[in-house]
Design a protein around this ligand. Structure first.
Ligand code: SF4
Length: 246
């Protein structure tokens, strides 16, 4: 049976306040050491399996580069991962090759590298199409960035795009949530994943305090708001209560 290969790249531009993943902000020197180690592990996978009295299946039908934010690696590091995979594993002809991408990290150079690496699916961490909501939990992109990223992916021949959304974000209202859903449908992407915001007992007040501070900064900076949903949210802000989130 073919393998599904998942590689985590645990580096991000900033740490989102809701995020429980093993990911954080690190120096670029750490990126190189991590990529070196992952490549060594891929090369040694057969031997490692033998040492554990197992057998390593070299055939692969899906590759997923997740995170974290794989698209903040240097181009050479990104390509080295894929070269190591293709040199040491046997990718079946229809292998789905996915890379997770934070909107705004898809530079022209990264997009070209994804094409060279034959990436055929991209998962965008959108979370919300309402700028205030995204900013309140530490996301660095705006709605316009997402729309632009999707258009450039399509133009580059990568139309299999997933977008992640979070329900229950600070400042989210029923109207603003419906706006994000409508924008998702209008974007024409074939898949969207919806997650509920999970708030554990120790972090709930921190998430909302950070959301309050970030929203104040965002407004003071006079950032232009994009989209009808952002205006609606501004008029009718309703904070989700902890009891309605899981
Ligand atoms: S970009 Fe993703 S992995 Fe990184 S901190 Fe935010 S939610 Fe977590």
């Amino acid at each position: 049976m073919p393998l599904g290969l998942y590689i985590s790249v645990p580096f991000c531009r900033s740490k989102c306040s809701y995020c429980n993943f093993a990911s954080d902000v690190f120096s670029r020197a750490v990126f190189q050491r991590y990529v070196d180690r992952v490549c060594a592990d891929i090369k040694n996978a057969s031997r490692t399996a033998e040492q554990m009295a197992g057998r390593f299946e070299r055939t692969v039908d899906s590759v997923y580069l997740g995170g974290g934010t794989p698209t903040i690696l240097d181009i050479t590091q990104l390509e080295r991962l894929f070269v190591t995979i293709s040199q040491n594993l046997e990718l079946l002809p229809d292998t789905e090759i996915t890379v997770e991408c934070a909107p705004g990290t898809l530079t022209p150079a990264v997009l070209e590298a994804l094409q060279r690496c034959e990436v055929n699916r991209v998962s965008l961490g959108v979370q919300s199409f309402v700028d205030t909501e995204a900013a309140s939990v530490g996301r660095l992109h705006k709605r316009a960035t997402v729309v632009d990223d999707i258009a450039r992916l399509r133009a580059a021949g990568i139309s299999n795009v997933n977008i992640d959304l979070i329900a229950g974000l600070p400042h989210q209202t029923q109207e603003s949530w419906e706006f994000s859903l409508a924008e998702s449908l209008a974007s024409g992407v074939p898949h969207a994943s919806v997650y509920m915001l999970e708030v554990d007992a120790g972090r709930g007040s921190r998430i909302w305090a950070l959301a309050w501070m970030r929203t104040r900064c965002w407004r003071r900076m006079g950032t232009s708001r994009t989209g009808e949903g952002a205006r609606r949210t501004q008029e009718g802000t309703t904070l989700c209560t902890l009891g309605t989130t899981t």
